[in-house]
Ligand binder design. Structure first.
Ligand code: COA
Length: 390
């Protein structure tokens, strides 16, 4: 798999409250941006297959989502389109499956597109129940995503002395980065004291510890590595892919200080790429809540277990730091339209690896990592990209 596939086009739309755009509008705009980004041009008929990542389409009462949900608005028929749902890893798993299909030789060129329409209904309708689905009804009572991640925050604070202030540093950094990203939902910096005194959502997580609920779409065009130079002089190669699962059931988790799916997905991706955490120049990780970014930093091996809070407080994850994390603003500031998130992370890393990330550019970036985590930590995916074949 390593070095067999390259990203040759990528694009997204500005994330936010997009009441004026339909699901189809968002997909079409992201797709056109990806087509336009292909330096040497591409005839859209060259794209032989597509993967659509949308997670919660059924909950917002759309018709059944199928491949045709992408094929019709994008005039893609009769070509094959698979629709994929894998919690918050939906977008990156759509990309991963498209990569496997291209690497197998089944297709020369494929599209991975993620889109999610979340703001047309209040968050309580789009998100409540996602976590508790399929479990005993007692779990639905307050068992929202902030409540699940609050378990992790409390336990990490108890075991390792992680502080509310260290979590607030994650929010301050990510809002600062988001202010430099024209695609971010929120585009203004926040102060540490604002994060600390924000209204409580689920103790200890306040408003600024949570990602917002957001609409958005992103698209990536991939091809076999040997064909990449036909489309661009600066292909981004897929060096490593990892996906892992863990128990969904909170009562079955061995502890609340590690996301084991992240650890396993990271191991698989690092092994495939033949590199380790020290070789990564920047990462877009799943900061659905500030505590999650702290755990991600540990679980992906950027610092030791228990030291994530301190590592962030010391500035190691700022743009210009030891390992810049979430230069886009992350889910916290850019937003988290679930199916689009993983694909948008691949766009962000690709901009940096092509030195096209403007004011938020991580200087000299050659290898980048993306990470998603979903369903109470029951699924995680890691992708490693490089601007040269490793
Ligand atoms: N961070 C910063 N500001 C936020 C915010 C966030 N996460 N969410 C909302 N805001 C701001 C809005 O911009 C708005 O500001 P304004 O009044 O100046 O326009 C205000 O707070 C109210 O916005 P609203 O959309 O009505 O918020 P809400 O109270 O309905 O929802 C949360 C707030 C935190 C509950 C909601 O964002 C949430 O559920 N986040 C978590 C999403 C989630 O669980 N995703 C899955 C992760 S696995």
């Amino acid at each position: 798999m390593k070095n067999k596939v390259a990203v040759v086009g990528f694009g997204m739309i500005k994330f936010g409250e997009l009441f004026e755009k339909s699901y189809e509008d968002m997909m079409s705009e992201a797709y056109l941006n990806a087509l336009k980004s292909v330096d040497n041009g591409i005839d859209q008929k060259e794209i032989q297959a597509a993967w659509l990542g949308t997670c919660i389409g059924s909950i917002i009462k759309r018709e059944i989502l199928t491949g045709a949900s992408l094929a019709e608005p994008l005039s893609f028929m009769p070509r094959p389109v698979s629709r994929l749902e894998n919690a918050c890893a939906t977008g990156s798993d759509a990309f991963r499956n498209a990569c496997f299909a291209v690497a197998s030789g089944a297709y020369d060129v494929a599209l991975a597109l993620g889109a999610e329409k979340m703001r047309d209904v209040p968050p309580i309708e789009s998100l409540q129940g996602v976590v508790a689905r399929g479990m005993h009804p007692i779990y639905a009572r307050g068992m929202t995503a902030p409540a699940v991640f609050a378990f992790y925050a409390n336990r990490h604070m108890h075991d390792f002395g992680t502080t509310k202030q260290q979590m607030a540093y994650v929010a301050v950094k990510n809002h600062k980065n988001g202010a430099l990203d024209p695609y971010s939902h929120f585009q203004r910096p926040i102060k540490l004291e604002d994060a600390l005194k924000a209204p409580m959502v689920c103790s200890p997580l306040g408003l600024f510890d949570c990602c917002p609920v957001t609409d958005g779409a992103a698209a990536v065009i991939i091809t076999r590595a040997e064909l990449a130079k036909k489309y661009t002089d600066t292909p981004i190669y897929v060096a490593g892919l990892g996906l892992a699962t863990d128990t969904f059931n909170l009562a079955s988790k061995p502890d609340f200080t590690t996301f084991y799916a992240t650890v396993e997905a990271g191991k698989e991706a690092y092994k495939m790429a033949g590199i380790g955490p020290d070789d990564i120049d920047l990462a877009e990780v799943h900061d659905c809540f500030t505590i999650t970014e702290i755990l991600d930093t540990e679980d992906l091996g950027f610092c030791k277990k228990g030291e994530g809070g301190k590592f962030i407080e010391q500035g190691n994850t700022e743009i210009g730091g030891k390992i810049p994390i979430n230069p886009s603003g992350g889910l916290k500031s850019k937003g988290h339209p679930i199916g689009a998130t993983g694909v948008a992370q691949i766009c962000e890393i690709s901009w940096h690896l092509r030195n096209e990330a403007d004011k938020r550019q991580v200087s000299g970036a050659e290898i980048g990592l993306t990470h998603n985590l979903g369903g109470t930590g029951s699924v995680a995916s890691v992708t490693i990209l490089s601007n040269k074949q490793l």
